[in-house]
Design a protein around this ligand. Structure first.
Ligand code: KG4
Ligand code: ZN
Length: 336
């Protein structure tokens, strides 16, 4: 059974075609990064307009790459929320239109559930419940306990910025460009992670996260060391990126495994754009003797249509479908 997955919640226009929620036949992603770069972040109105421009070519290319036609598609899955309302509307409306025109069932997918189900793509194993999921992206930093399929409990959350924002905003302070996560990751590879010290992070609840203090610390260290004056390729910059990444990833990993222990889970998974971070992947993988570990393939970490197809398929096989009069939702909780 082929699912066509649509993702337009932020600045990626993407269509994926996935067989039985697992096998990716196509996953076409057009990023708008270049257009938003000069503003230092995503401009919502621009994002919506660019989705309109990019959508049809992305859709045609996905069908071409998969080597299938409309008659082969059995299910439409589209991100319904959370995200930028105008951006979401574009893809969700296209999903509804295709569903109506071809008489195909539609599933409106929660974006975070999509990231979680990215762990199913091109893999054979299923989740082994209970699962502790670390969702780390540009908009979220959450620890989610999954007791059984679709049963989510929020265990920890950020009290200020999301981890992706911490990477992106600090990279901007350092003059490194946007989005900062992949740039910091790359520069950190040649740096000394013990070169710079960052303050301790304290949160009222043991599994919550906080990154705004670290963002301020970056600002102070940049001023003190005149870091933004230095070339991107300097050793100081590499050392700074390695130290900052070490601190950020440490925050994630410590809380994830503390929560995994407390809740006695069998499996630990990561999801969201920041799960592409090489150091995070390494640190999570190290614990495979204690927990079953799942990490999405690198190409499915950041926003894409295939992950939406995987989550939509999982919901559909459990009897869920979305009515055509439903609307996209900017804020949508995964939790009861
Ligand atoms: O999941 P995603 O594509 O979009 C949201 O739903 O937010 O995540 C985007 C975030 C950005 O903040 C980006 O800097 C971060 O993921 N990111 C990374 C890496 N690749 C992407 N952060 C750290 N290391 C990376 N390699
Ligand atoms: Zn995302």
């Amino acid at each position: 059974m082929l699912t066509l997955g649509i993702e337009t919640s932020c600045d990626e226009t993407s269509v994926g075609i996935v067989e039985n929620g697992r096998k990716v036949l196509a996953n076409v992603v057009t990023s708008q990064i270049k257009m938003h770069k000069k503003y230092g972040g995503v401009v919502p109105e621009l994002a919506s307009r660019l989705h309109v421009v990019h959508f049809v070519p992305v859709l045609d290319e996905a069908l071409r790459q998969a080597g299938v036609g409309w008659k082969d598609i059995s299910l439409i899955a589209a991100t319904q929320g959370p995200g930028l309302l105008g951006a979401l509307s574009t893809g969700f409306m296209v999903g509804k239109s295709i569903s109506y025109a071809l008489g195909l069932p539609l599933v409106g997918v929660h974006h975070i559930e999509g990231h979680i189900y990215a762990n199913m793509l091109d893999k054979e194993d299923y989740f082994e419940y209970p699962v502790m999921a670390l969702v780390a992206s540009g908009g979220h930093t959450q620890l989610i306990l999954i007791d059984a399929e679709f049963h989510y409990t929020l265990i920890g959350n950020t009290i200020d910025d999301a981890i992706g924002e911490a990477f992106d905003k600090s990279a901007r302070t350092l003059g490194l460009g946007y989005p900062g996560g992949p740039i910091v990751d790359e520069l950190a590879k040649n740096g000394n992670r013990r070169a710079y010290k960052f303050p301790e992070v304290n949160t009222p609840h043991e599994f919550d996260f906080s990154f705004s203090g670290l963002k301020t610390a970056v600002l102070r260290l940049v001023e003190k060391n005149e870091l933004d004056e230095k070339e991107k390729s300097s050793q100081e910059m590499a050392d700074f990126c390695a130290s900052f990444q070490y601190k950020l990833v440490g925050e994630l990993v410590t809380r994830t495994f503390n929560a995994a222990k407390k809740f006695g889970v069998k499996q630990v998974i990561i999801a969201g754009g920041v799960s592409a971070n090489s150091f995070l992947r390494e640190e999570i993988s190290k614990r495979s003797d204690e927990y079953v570990i799942a990490i999405p393939a690198l190409k499915y970490c950041t926003d894409n249509g295939a992950m939406i197809a995987a989550a939509g398929y999982a919901r559909y096989t459990q009897g869920v479908s979305t009515a055509l009069d439903e609307k996209p939702v900017a804020s949508w909780s995964l939790f009861k």
